[in-house]
Design a binder for this molecule. Sequence first.
Ligand code: ASP
Length: 196
Amino acid sequence: MEKSEHVLLVGMGASRFAREHKIATCSQDALITMRELDRWRALQAGGGFSTRDAFRKKKGPAGTVGAVALDFKGNVAAGTSTGGTPNKYPGRVGDSPLIGCGTYADNSVGAVSTTGWGEAMIKVVMAKTVIDLMERNHLDTPAAVREAIRLLERKTEGYGGIIALGNNGEIGISYNTPRMARAYLSAAMRTPCIEV
Ligand code: ASP
């Protein structure tokens, strides 16, 4: 997006932009896996599925990968690649690509990436909420992510997870889903700390 004055492109315009900038593309079929197709067919046949409930189950949606980073110059960055939400309506947009909801980075505070029930995360503008809690309420990173998950529960009864990194190098991890695999590594560590 450094080659555009815009921040977010979707649909046909995004495809055109990719072609114009010679970004490699693939067919939509190449993005379909048998496992997800079988899952989708079973959900379509079964009925009574709720996206919210999917995130509170132990075997809930998986595949979202988020990352936050701080470089030696003090720049922070965040990125989120969603595993998606099962059985969604065509055209549904989740929190992951929305700046402020699934992803946010501000050099003066820190960086945040989120996962979980996108509809709830969008409603509380989750990633920016964490940054605001750190900045305006002077919460440290671990306290800010814990408070943000409490707020998510209180305002939406939603399920989600957050990784955050303050510009002071302090990390925060919090979630109310049954599990969230996570790892971190600092310049002082030889191997990453991994928890699943
Ligand atoms: N937040 C994503 C979405 O709602 C899903 C996920 O994180 O697993 O699309």
